[in-house]
Design a protein around this ligand. Structure first.
Ligand code: ZN
Length: 78
């Protein structure tokens, strides 16, 4: 895998361009925003985006919102 332009700090979600890349993974990185220097606590931009997509796919929660709308209609009878 080619070296990315930047990586994402998982502690504060900042873009970090100052890191050491070797053998397809992050070897050393320091986040200037929160001071995180644990190489395991950084993610590649591509991997970070995939995680976000998975969280949005929750259809059970969408049904819950519809039930809540019915509730509100009943309260408008003043
Ligand atoms: Zn950070």
């Amino acid at each position: 895998m080619a070296k990315p332009d930047y990586i994402i700090c998982l502690e504060c979600e900042s873009e970090v361009e100052d890191f050491t890349w070797r053998d397809g993974e992050v070897r050393r990185a320091v986040c200037e925003v929160c001071g995180n220097s644990d190489a395991d606590a950084f993610s590649l931009p591509e991997e970070f985006d995939q995680d976000v997509d998975e969280d949005e796919e929750d259809e059970e929660e969408a049904e819950y919102v519809e039930d809540y709308d019915d509730f509100e209609d009943e309260e408008e009878e003043e």
